[in-house]
Design a protein around this ligand. Sequence first.
Ligand SMILES: C[S@@+](CC[C@H](N)C(=O)[O-])C[C@H]1O[C@@H](n2cnc3c(N)ncnc32)[C@H](O)[C@@H]1O
Length: 277
Amino acid sequence: MTDKGDIAGHYAREGRLSEKILELARQHRVSPEGPLTVADLATFDQFHLRARQGTAELAELAQPAPGSLVLDIGAGIGGPARQLAESCAVTVVALDLTEAYCRDAATLSAAVGLEQKVLACCADAGRLPFPDATFDLVWTQHAAMNVPDKQALYRDAARVLKPGGRFALHDVMAGPAGPPHYPTPWASRADQSFLMPPERIRELIASSGLTELAWEDRTDALLADERAQAARQSGAERPPGPYMLYAGFLELSRNVRRSLVENRARVVIGLFAKPEA
Ligand SMILES: C[S@@+](CC[C@H](N)C(=O)[O-])C[C@H]1O[C@@H](n2cnc3c(N)ncnc32)[C@H](O)[C@@H]1O
C-alpha cells in the first residue's frame, strides 16, 4: 500500500541535494566568475525530460505576465521555479510534498538571491493551503505521475486559479503498451506510480472547469531530438548533469527512454484557462 510518506521517501532517499548541487555548480560554471547564477544551478536542478529547455518551452506556451503570481505544484528542488522567476519576472510558490526537497529549494534559491521570488512550501497537491482565486498561473511538470487522486489535483489547481488564469502542464502519462519499466525517476516500484492515459487526463481537467487552449503529445519529437543529440555527442565525454547527483540515476533515465520508445509512456504538454467570472 502506498502512502504520501512513501512517495516523499522515494524522493528523499539520497538525503539533502543542495550541498552537492552547490559544489557541482561551482565546479561546472556556465556563467562567468562572480556569484553563482540560476543558470549555474540549472545544469543539475531540473528533474524532468528536456530539463531547462522543457521549462523554457512550457513558459513560452504559458506566457506568464511580468509580476504574476505562479504556483508550481510538485516543484522538486525549485529549478523550474527559479528559471521562471528569473526569465519571466514572476514570483513563484514552489510547492512540494517532500520536505527535504522544500529545504533544498529554499537553500538553492537563497544561494542565487531569489529568496523573495521563489517561496518554498511543503504541502500536498490535492490539498493546497491557499484561498480560492490566488494565482495567475498554476504550473506542474512531472509530478502528477505520483498523484493517485488526479481529480483532486486538477480541481484544486482550478480552485486556486484567478478567473482568467492559466494552468500549464508537462507530464508523463500512460502509454498503450503496458506499464513503464521500473525503477523510474518518479517511482522505485509500481505502487508509487499512477500514470493515466492522456485522454483520461484531458477529460478530468475539463471536468474541473478549465478550458483547453493547447495539448500536444511531445514524445516523438523528444525521442528524435535525443537521437540527434546522441549522434552529435557520439564518442565525447558526457556533459555535466543531474546524473552526477547520485549513483543509479542513469539506470532510471534509461528506463524512461525505454518506456517511451516502447510506447509504455507518453510526454504531453498542455495549457488550459479558467473562464473569466
Ligand atoms: C520528478 S520530480 C519533478 C520536480 C520538478 N517539477 C522538476 O521538474 O524539476 C516530482 C516531484 O513531485 C513531488 N510530488 C509527488 N507527489 C506530490 C504531491 N502529492 N504533492 C506535492 N508534490 C508531490 C515530489 O516530491 C517530487 O519533488
